[in-house]
Design a protein around this ligand. Sequence first.
Ligand SMILES: [Zn+2]
Length: 170
Amino acid sequence: MGPLVILGLFAAGALLSGGSGPTYEQVPGRVELADGVTLSPGVGELLYLASQRSGLPIYVTSGDRSARNQAAEMLETVRTEGVQGLSIYRAKDLIRELLGAPRDLNSWTAILQSWADRGVVVSAHMRSGGFDLRFHHYTVPQALRLVSTLRGLGVRVAVERDHIHGEVAA
Ligand SMILES: [Zn+2]
């Protein structure tokens, strides 16, 4: 976990221990992981704080990903949104290599793994720093509250097609 996030945690602690009290109903921090989802302890702790601060339970639908899981995710994006769906990724050379290869799980896994071995990951999910929260668990005002709570904790948040993607500094 990077210094920015740690600062965020301290700030959250200060807010939780003082202040003028909640303006909406609070629930104890509750973080639920979908089947097969794992998170680093640091990200788990951050989401626990986000739940306490927002008063919302947090359902994590994606966390740490192996190269294979990431490849499956990206192939699914291409299948549902077309190649354009990959424009959210910043590692453009890596994306170009993927698109030049056969679009199957083994090929894409091998490419993602080979870049990861050289220290380049396409997504924070591959370095235990990313998580996804699907919108269908929340109303629009709740999702907005969650986004602002996460940002207040120092999380980088991107609103994607059907989910909030969050990531902490490397
Ligand atoms: Zn994500």
